[in-house]
Design a protein around this ligand. Structure first.
Ligand code: NQM
Length: 355
């Protein structure tokens, strides 16, 4: 990419999607190839740098995200959504995961940019998550055919309230990529599950913690972090992801008993920082595991489709379906509710290329 881009800037909308934030771009405004997009992504957000001081990133994995959106050419699909996770300190750009939180902003963004029309009373759109190949349906009220972010839905981890956006994801692939509900990795019982995102579910107690510690406390526990990372690297190979050292997946979901009105408690390593709440598809993975006999977390499963997951900022309610296909393979899907909001619209000026 030439350096003209840092002088002229790129049209960009900064949005909150669920409990995360990121830069939303039209595919037609960015280079076509993966290398050009990765270069633009790190220069826009200001990585590698722990503060992302020369870019618009928020210096945390939950605010170091990019969504690239276009009208889909596929029949029955409205939009294509490509997600880029930018390593704050490493500048590594990962396409190995999608993001269910930013997904909540994709359809409003497409309406803002005029590539999708809102529905007369309710907008329903089908989105292809190009990172994983999964399909999602996104639906929200648009009274009088007008896009509105305001509403009365309160999302744990976000101040105030907003228009509820229902996000349904059909994960597509095998729910249990290793074919078993649980196995041992480095002496710890784990469930490897992919309900839209590869996650490892393990018991907090097996790692010697109670499971309701604050994210900052867990991030200070160096020996715990190292152990979680070793299990993650071994699990990455079992998932078929190869060497995941530089990848942002699989995520590590440490589960324990509920403390309040929920069904199960979670703390999520994503993978080095600890989530301030919990990701949409991570929650879908934990919820699905709680429904599979023999899986880690099934001891806290219920008969209800809705699983209430306690996280550091409150409760996440994930409606999941898990079922076996005619070949006996477990398949999964999930429905969650998010809110989203346009925060800023303009041009972003990426860091110049060093001479
Ligand atoms: O799991 C964080 C987030 C996520 C992912 C991360 C997500 C999901 O909360 O669907 O949304 O992957 O680092 O934004």
């Amino acid at each position: 990419m030439t350096d003209e881009v840092s002088a002229q800037g790129v049209p960009c909308m900064w949005m909150r999607g669920g409990t995360s934030k990121g830069a939303f771009l039209l595919a037609s405004d960015v280079p076509e190839g993966q290398a050009g997009r990765a270069d633009l992504a790190r220069r826009m957000l200001g990585s590698p740098d722990p503060q992302q001081i020369d870019g618009i990133g928020g210096a945390h994995p939950l605010t170091s995200k990019i969504a690239i959106v276009s009208a889909s050419t596929e029949s029955g699909v409205d939009l294509d959504y490509e997600f880029l996770q930018v390593g704050v300190e490493t500048g590594e750009v990962s396409r190995a995961q999608t993001c269910g939180n930013l997904l909540a902003g994709v359809v409003p963004f497409a309406i803002e940019r005029g590539i999708l029309a809102p529905g007369a009373e309710r907008t329903n759109a089908v989105v292809r998550l190009t990172n994983t190949g999964s399909l999602a349906t996104v639906a929200f009220a648009s009274a009088g055919g007008v896009l509105s972010y305001g509403g009365d839905y309160e999302l744990a981890g976000v101040p105030g309230s907003g228009n509820p956006i229902e996000v349904a994801v059909q994960s597509g692939g095998k729910l249990l990529p290793t074919g078993v509900p649980a196995q041992e990795v480095l002496g710890v019982a784990v469930t490897l599950i992919d309900n839209g995102m590869p996650v490892v579910v393990l018991r907090a107690a097996d790692l010697g913690i109670s499971g309701d510690e604050a994210p900052g406390v867990l991030e200070e526990m160096v020996a715990l972090r190292d152990r979680v990372e070793s299990i993650r690297r071994a699990a990455g190979k079992l998932f078929g992801l190869g060497d995941v050292t530089e990848l942002s997946v699989p995520k590590m979901m440490l589960v324990s008993q509920p403390r309040a009105d929920g069904d199960i408690t979670v703390r999520a390593f994503i993978p080095r920082r600890v989530h301030r709440a919990v990701g949409v598809l991570m929650a879908a993975g934990v919820a699905a595991a709680s429904k599979i006999p023999g899986a880690v977390g099934a001891e806290w499963g219920t008969d209800s489709e809705e699983v209430s997951i306690e996280h550091p900022a409150g409760i996440f309610r994930s409606r999941v379906k898990v079922e076996r296909d005619p070949e006996g393979e477990w398949r999964g899907s999930s429905i969650s509710v998010r809110t989203a909001r346009k925060l800023f619209d303009g041009r972003v000026f990426p860091m110049p290329v060093s001479p």
